[in-house]
Design a protein around this ligand. Sequence first.
Ligand code: SF4
Ligand code: SF4
Length: 302
Amino acid sequence: GDSHGRKSGLPAHIQAKIQDHPCYSEEAHHHFARMHLAVAPACNIQCHYCNRKYDCANESRPGVVSEVLKPAQAIHKALTVAASIPEMTVVGIAGPGDALANPTRTFATFRGIREQDPGIKLCLSTNGLSLPQHVDDLVALGVDHVTITINSIDPEIGARIHPWVLWERRRVFGLEGARILISQQQKGLEMLVERGVLVKVNSVMIPGINDHHLKEVSRRVKEKGAFLHNVMPLISDPAHGTYFGLNGQREPTEAELSALRDACEGDMNMMRHCRQCRADAVGMLGEDRSEAFSLARIDQDL
Ligand code: SF4
Ligand code: SF4
C-alpha cells in the first residue's frame, strides 16, 4: 500500500501551500529539507507520556534530548543552515517543551528569521493550551502552518492522558483541566482556519485510552478545517519512565496503528510519512544532520 501522506482530496489553495513542504507533500519530502529549532524548554501542561527530560512528543520522539538554544543562537543556526542546505524551505519550533509556553523566545526567534530571510516558511507545533491568545501574532509573522496535538475531545478521556494544565498561574487537575485544554485547542484550531493558516492535527494513539476515540477526533478536526491528521504511535519506553502512573502502558502495534489510520482515512487526509523528528532535527526527512549544526559549532561562529 501507499505509505505516504495522501492529499488528493485537498482544495487547490491548500495544495499550493503544501507543495514544497517536506512534511506535507510526499513528492516534496524527497526534495526539500526542514529544520526544527529547540528554543522552547518549558511546558504548560503535563502529558502522562512525557517525563520532561526529553523532547516534547507533540512532534518528536520522546527519549532524545535536544540542546536548548537561545533565540540569537537559533536565528544564527537557521540562517547558517539555510545558506548551506539550499533545499531548506521550512523552519519549525516544536519544543523541546511547548513552543507557546515560551512565547517570548519563540516569537523572538521567528521574528529574527523573518527579518533576515523572508523566504523561509515558518511552522510551529503546540499542545494548543495557549494558542488562541497567540493567533494574531502568528498570523502577523506569516506563520502559515501550525500543528496542534489533540489526543481527545472528551474530557473523561483527556484527563487520563493529561493529568493537569497550567492555567491562570495555577495547576488545574483532572476533568476541569482537560476541559480547558480541549476547549483551547478547538478554539485555536477554529481561529487559525478562519485566518487561512494551515492546521495539521497530531494525535498520540494510546491503546486502551484513546484508540477507539481518535476516529471521532479525526472527524471533528476535519469538520473544523484541519487539512491533515497525523496519528502517531505512543512511544513508551519503560527505561525512560514514560507513561507515569500507568505502568506497563503498551505501544500500539503496527497493525493497530495502520488499522486506525485506515479507519480515519475515509474522513480525513492522513499523514503517513511523519518520522517524529527530534526537536533539533536538520535536513531532509528521515535524515538528521543536527550534529553538524550543534550548539558548540554555533558558539564558535557567533
Ligand atoms: Fe511533554 Fe510535550 Fe506534553 Fe509538554 S506537551 S508535557 S513537553 S509531551
Ligand atoms: Fe515533519 Fe513530522 Fe518531522 Fe515535524 S516531526 S518535521 S511533521 S516529519
